[in-house]
Write a protein that binds this ligand. Structure first.
Ligand code: CA
Length: 232
């Protein structure tokens, strides 16, 4: 059982989602605006296990909600509801810190399955099983705890940041294309030229403490993509 907050301004969608999640044994609250969602999570950040977030909202949009939550350090799963066929929304959502998405209209059974998958991954984080740690050049990536430690500084990571870093670390020294990253990390199979990944990279570089102009570990391979180099 988990506490789910739904941020959705269309009552018939919100009630359909609520009904199905309650049938799964979850406790569900609906917020009709982004502002209300932010206020509820600010008031009790630990009382919400996951957020289902619509993009198109009457006040601030879903991107801004996600970005604000992440900047405040709220790192629980966010499943975003996007309009069908808008790859740029999906990428913008990931950039804002969401963990997964579903295009509207969606099948409620799929939504429940996606949400439960996110909650399971979050649960692994809460009770970290085997150590899942990678150390390079004085930095420690703790995949299970979802954090990057550099000296005394701990940078909490979102699931997407962790997935991206894991993918790169597993291919230490190999160049990977943007398209490959999109398909295999984000599960986006669109032929879009996107800068969304670049924003992730600059964020990770900042965490690692790289020089933005002369990075040593997260390298841009011009015209292709990226290469992680642990330096070992
Ligand atoms: Ca809406």
């Amino acid at each position: 059982m988990a506490y789910i907050l739904i941020c959705e301004d269309e009552p018939h969608i919100a009630s359909g989602v609520k009904f199905n999640l309650e049938a799964e044994g979850h406790q569900v609250t609906v917020a009709g605006t982004g502002e209300d969602t932010l206020a509820r999570i600010a008031a009790a950040p630990d009382a919400v296990d996951a957020l289902i977030l619509d993009v198109m909202l009457p006040g601030i949009d879903g991107f801004e909600v996600a970005q604000t939550l992440r900047s405040r350090g709220w790192l629980r799963p966010i499943l975003m509801l996007t309009a069908r066929g808008r790859a740029e929304d999906v990428l913008r959502g990931f950039e804002a810190g969401t963990d997964d998405y579903l295009p509207k209209p969606f099948d409620l059974a799929i939504l429940v399955a996606r949400l439960n998958a996110l909650l399971r991954r979050q649960q692994w984080k809460v009770t970290p099983p085997p150590p899942d740690v990678f150390v390079f050049a004085g930095r420690t990536v703790d995949f299970a705890a979802q954090e990057l430690r550099v000296d005394d500084t701990v940078h909490p990571l979102t699931l997407m940041e962790v997935n991206l870093l894991r993918y790169l670390v597993q291919r230490d020294g190999q160049t990977v294309s943007r398209k490959q990253l999109l398909a295999e990390v984000w599960n986006v199979h669109e032929d879009t030229d996107t800068r969304a990944i670049d924003h992730f990279m600059s964020r990770l570089r900042k965490y690692i403490g790289e020089s933005p102009t002369h990075p040593k570990h997260l390298l841009t391979v011009r015209g292709v993509g990226y290469r992680f180099d642990s330096g070992t």
